[in-house]
Design a protein around this ligand. Structure first.
Ligand SMILES: C[S@@+](CC[C@H](N)C(=O)[O-])C[C@H]1O[C@@H](n2cnc3c(N)ncnc32)[C@H](O)[C@@H]1O
Length: 290
């Protein structure tokens, strides 16, 4: 049982609710145009490093005739995914030793995974399980815009995070982000490990609760996705650094964070506009097994 990612790096709700927004149906046409998959076939699609399953869920909605399989190494994320997204085969497994035979899939896809896995194995395994002519889609977050005005920390919070910085070593310990590559290097790496017909595109997803194009439900989801991430980040501190903090300190941190999101929602509901925004830019690298 491996729960390193969900316990120490990113909790299931952090990933699930942020990705539910990134892959919301309002952005469906943009994503589908970029993926450009041949829907005339009964596609077999594999998602690598699927986490809690939000992208797999979107693929299931957007390609109803496709058979979607999704794999991740983290047992808790796979458990969460199977509970929240139906109609998908979720499997625990290592991207470096995929539990599938050669030439099984028409398409393989991953979202913010290539940064964490050594590229020879990451691309090599995808090449192996793809059919000839199959497509590999690698989604990777790039620098975006984050203007969240309500996110000013109190002095207590600043001191708390300064203290965690002193002890926190999960990212180094678990080689998180060890394989981040520049935009111009990404296609070169993909080609080096056997793919052809490479192209690169960028999708920008802007989330602005006050923008009327977002329903009230989505506006709440945008604010609460941030809330989940703040609270689960504190849970990770409890798992890895509990000896350095008292229960009361953690409780104060959670109460303060929740208060901030409650206040943001109160402002949203009263019609007071902050126009706070978060724009993710996602690089979509595409290659073929030729
Ligand atoms: C940044 S998260 C992204 C999760 C998911 N794609 C999403 O966007 O919600 C990276 C994911 O890669 C998974 N992962 C890292 N190394 C892996 C490996 N060798 N095999 C399978 N999954 C792996 C982690 O467990 C984690 O779920």
């Amino acid at each position: 049982m491996n729960t390193i990612w969900s316990k120490y790096i990113q909790g299931p709700k952090t990933l699930y609710y942020s990705r539910k927004l990134r892959f919301d149906d309002m952005f469906k046409d943009r994503w589908k145009k970029t993926f450009d998959l041949d829907e005339s076939k009964n596609l077999k699609i594999l998602e690598i490093g699927c986490g809690p399953g939000a992208l797999a869920g979107a693929l299931h909605r957007w390609y109803p005739n496709a058979e979607i399989t999704a794999v991740d190494r983290d047992s808790e994320l796979i458990r969460f995914a199977a509970e929240h997204e139906k109609g998908i085969e979720f499997t625990e497994g290592d991207a470096l030793a995929l539990p599938f035979s050669e030439g099984t899939f028409d398409a393989v896809i991953s979202n913010t995974v290539c940064e964490h896995i050594e590229p020879e194995g990451f691309y090599g395994e995808q090449l192996r399980v793809l059919k000839k002519g199959g497509v590999c889609l690698v989604l990777s977050s790039r620098k975006g815009i984050s203007d969240l005005k309500y996110n000013n920390l109190t002095e207590f919070e600043e001191k708390f995070w300064e203290k965690t910085d002193k002890y926190e070593d999960s990212c180094d310990k678990y080689t998180v982000g060890n394989y981040c590559a520049k935009e111009s290097d990404m296609p070169v790496i993909m080609e080096r490990y056997g793919f052809g017909n490479i192209s690169a595109d960028y999708v920008a997803i802007g989330l602005t609760p006050d923008d009327p194009k977002f329903s009230s439900e989505l506006a709440h989801d945008i604010i609460n996705a941030d809330r989940y991430s703040s609270i689960e980040r504190l849970d990770s501190v409890i798992y890895s650094l509990s000896e350095h903090f008292t229960e009361e300190e953690i409780e104060t941190m959670k109460r303060t964070a929740n208060g901030r999101y409650d206040e943001r929602i109160r402002k949203y509901e009263s019609g007071e506009k902050l126009w706070d925004t978060d724009v993710s830019v996602i690089m979509v690298l595409k290659g073929k097994k030729i």
